[in-house]
Design a protein around this ligand. Structure first.
Ligand code: APR
Length: 340
């Protein structure tokens, strides 16, 4: 089969012929329909973040496709089924899995990191970990549910515990933040969206943001948000991975507010300890999404309460994958997918 192979940092992916995966007991082979391009892929290629499996490795963790082959002991899927693969699979036996926190599993396996991923014509996966994609969800655009939509769902519902009527602040309206806007809107929050790119703010409005703030147009973003929300947001989400905007997300909260960190950075941020203590603030991390929540996200997309198709701004073929990565680096568009 054809695949885009990662051989190491600071070099383009190489599109070449590799052996088609052979399935074992409990596994299915999936013909990839689409695989989303994500900043995590850029972090391996441009920033030298090490992958768990040493290269050569096929990247890509937002995968949709159709079942091409099933192992003889698999009974819950058949050839031709449309499926979604979770970005990360959990072991089911560690302390975290046994206590219902599979998204922080000690032995997690991520496509395109621990094992070969979806920038290929085929990928294999354990049948126990994959999900049916209903006909109402477009197979290609549905790929982005696997990370760009499930991650915001977990952040909003489980970590942010957003309630109807809450004021929610989303800082950074890229692939993750825009979906944070639509998930928070779907649960009945009033969302204030912040981004430096006017096109992202336009899209945030289309997805239900009640108000938008462009940091290039106001002297103090936290102050502007406190004004828009009658004293501060109930819950804020930072979706960039920048310590400075994390500090803004924290200071835009009302007393007793909850700050959820979704963006990733290896740097430290400043927090005023007395403010956290004296005003009963909450500072919370959020990572990925548990398998138990995937059917709920798929149902929200099926019912049209979360939009999938408008979130995909471009499609690239496998041969164009390095062009697709450049498009991601440029910051244009929302999410793009590889269609092998
Ligand atoms: N203030 C406001 N918005 C900003 C700023 C800033 N100082 N700097 C960047 N942005 C906006 C960009 O314009 C862009 O719309 O933040 C957005 C970031 O989006 P993407 O680059 O598309 O990143 P995304 O894929 O959404 O990931 C965001 O979440 O899961 C993590 O690792 C991921 O840390 C990353 C974060």
């Amino acid at each position: 089969m054809k695949a885009a192979v990662f051989y190491g940092a600071n070099q383009p992916l190489k599109v070449e012929e590799v052996p088609t995966p052979q399935i074992s007991s409990g596994e299915v082979l999936i013909k990839v329909a689409a695989c989303g391009l994500c900043h995590t892929d850029i972090s391996y290629i441009d920033h030298g973040v090490p992958t768990f499996k040493k290269p050569p490795l096929i990247l890509g963790h937002e995968i949709s496709g159709t079942v091409a082959e099933v192992s003889s002991d698999v009974t819950n899927f058949k050839v031709g089924d449309k499926v979604l693969l979770p970005a990360v699979m959990s072991c089911g036996t560690c302390y975290y899995c046994r206590s219902g926190r599979e998204n922080i599993c000690s032995n997690m396996k991520m496509f395109g990191n621990d094992i070969d991923g979806g920038f290929a014509e085929f990928v294999k996966a354990p049948a126990k970990d994959i999900f049916i994609l209903p006909d109402e969800i477009p197979l290609i655009e549905g790929a982005i549910i696997a990370d760009a939509i499930t991650t915001p769902f977990h952040a909003v519902k489980n970590r942010g515990q957003v309630k109807p009527g809450d004021y929610v602040l989303v800082i950074g309206c890229g692939g993750v933040g825009l979906n944070m806007v639509q998930v928070a809107n779907a649960v009945g929050a009033s969302v204030v969206a912040v981004d430096i790119a006017p096109a992202k703010l336009e899209m945030a409005k289309k997805l239900g943001a009640a108000a938008t703030v462009n940091p290039n147009e106001v002297p103090d973003v936290a102050k502007a948000v406190r004004k828009l929300t009658g004293g501060g947001a109930d819950v804020s989400f930072e979706c960039i991975g920048n310590p400075k905007t994390m500090e803004v997300a924290f200071s835009a909260l009302r007393n007793g507010g909850r700050f959820v960190m979704v963006g990733y950075t290896e740097h430290s941020m400043n927090l005023n300890a007395s403010r956290v203590m004296y005003r009963e603030m909450e500072v919370i991390g959020s990572l990925g999404c548990r398998p138990v929540d995937y059917p709920k996200v798929i149902e929200l997309a099926r019912a049209g309460k979360i939009q999938v198709a408008p979130m995909v701004s471009k499609r690239f073929s496998l041969d164009q994958i390095n062009e697709g990565l450049d498009y991601l680096r440029s910051g244009e568009g929302f999410r793009s997918v590889i269609v092998p």
